[in-house]
Design a protein around this ligand. Structure first.
Ligand code: PEP
Ligand code: MN
Length: 354
């Protein structure tokens, strides 16, 4: 299996598509044939063992579904991949003839699990794709590649599927693009695939995130595709039909990676980093206003007025005195602090008048 070579030779994006979960032989076969016919798969995917957040959800068909995926691969002439989370999964997948293994986000977080898989794969010639850990920890992600590399795995690929946070307004898993960008700086030869399905959690954002990945020079995309997404047994909101997948791929604008456009991708990387910082800025502002409301509760309970002039004057004075450290003008500090104060008063007033 020459996965890396295939990725390098393919016209971008290299596509790994197929259902979140294998549900029946017919489901796996029909969706695989259609994606293949549309030219929207270089590798077929299907989950056999599903790590689910809560018990009593569908946890995958298990062992019996392995031949369904392998058959679909034979029928379409495409290599197939499935998620493994432990040594036993790896053993069963190899025995069934799965061509490529992938390690899921919930497994990458656990060095014991990764080491167990790496130890089992010693001497086996099979490509392994590693999803980022659920938490934004670059070293942990790199550590997984190191463990597999030490075990002699030669073909390694990264999959960026975003990072888990509590209740994000837009994403299921926030992309935090600076992390895959940093991974590429550290391991420049490692191909990187973006998984917009698990980043967005919703099909209407797949094109936007896929386009971003292409503009950041990702090598490919992993997109969950199902014959009847709304009836899917897992991740139904983010799956698309083969026809919808084709439309997403057809709408991608592919800019070349060569020198003449290097400014574009450099600019895009910078803008992405700025976007990520702005995301953090607003997360902090939002948390700060919730804190103001707690202050409002306390003032209300003790019958104190909202505006405590001395306290506020001191806060402003101390911020202004740090203008040089921040490399931000005093005027700007003043504007920001006034704006924050106004909004904080609005939140506290809301509490007082409840
Ligand atoms: C999946 O690809 O279906 C999956 C479970 O992914 P992740 O490990 O990214 O959650
Ligand atoms: Mn899924």
């Amino acid at each position: 299996m020459k996965l890396i070579q295939k990725i390098k030779e393919a016209t971008r994006p290299f596509l790994i598509t197929g259902p979140c979960s294998a549900e029946s032989p017919e489901q796996v076969m029909s969706v695989s044939k259609e994606i293949a016919k549309n030219g929207n798969a270089h590798v077929l995917r299907a989950g056999i063992w599903k790590p689910r957040t809560r018990p009593d959800s569908f946890e995958g068909m298990g062992n019996v579904a392995l031949p369904w995926l392998v058959e679909a691969g034979k029928e379409t002439g495409l290599p197939v991949t499935t998620e493994i989370a432990n040594r036993q999964h790896a053993e069963l997948a190899l025995k069934a003839g799965v061509d490529i293994l992938w390690i899921g986000a919930r497994t990458t977080v656990n060095p014991f699990a990764i080491q167990e898989i790496a130890d089992f794969l010693k001497g086996v010639d099979i490509p392994v794709m590693v999803k980022n850990p659920v938490n934004p920890d670059l070293e942990l992600w790199i550590g997984a590649f190191e463990r597999l590399e030490k075990a002699g795995i030669k073909e390694l690929v990264a999959i960026h599927r975003g990072f888990s946070v509590y209740k994000h307004p837009k994403y299921r898993n926030v992309p935090t693009w600076e992390l895959p960008i940093a991974l590429r700086e550290r391991l420049p030869d490692l191909p990187i695939i973006c998984d917009p399905s698990h980043i967005t959690g919703r099909r209407d954002l797949l094109l936007e995130v896929s386009q971003k990945a292409m503009d950041l020079n990702f090598d490919g995309l992993m997109i969950e595709t199902h014959p009847d997404p709304d009836k899917a047994w897992s991740d139904s909101a983010q799956q698309v039909t083969p026809t919808e997948l084709k439309s997403i791929i057809d709408h991608l604008v592919l800019r070349s990676k060569d020198i003449s456009t290097s400014i574009i991708s450099e600019l895009e990387e910078l803008r992405t980093k700025i976007g990520d910082l702005d995301d953090k800025l607003f997360d902090i502002l939002s948390a700060r206003m919730l804190m103001s409301e707690e202050v409002g509760q306390l003032k209300k309970a003790h019958n104190i007025t909202i505006l405590q002039q001395n306290h506020w004057s001191n806060i402003i004075k101390s911020r202004l005195s740090q203008s040089e450290n921040y490399k931000i003008s005093e005027q700007f500090i003043r504007q920001i602090m006034d704006a924050i104060h106004q909004e904080s008063i609005r939140h506290q007033t809301k509490i007082m008048n409840k």
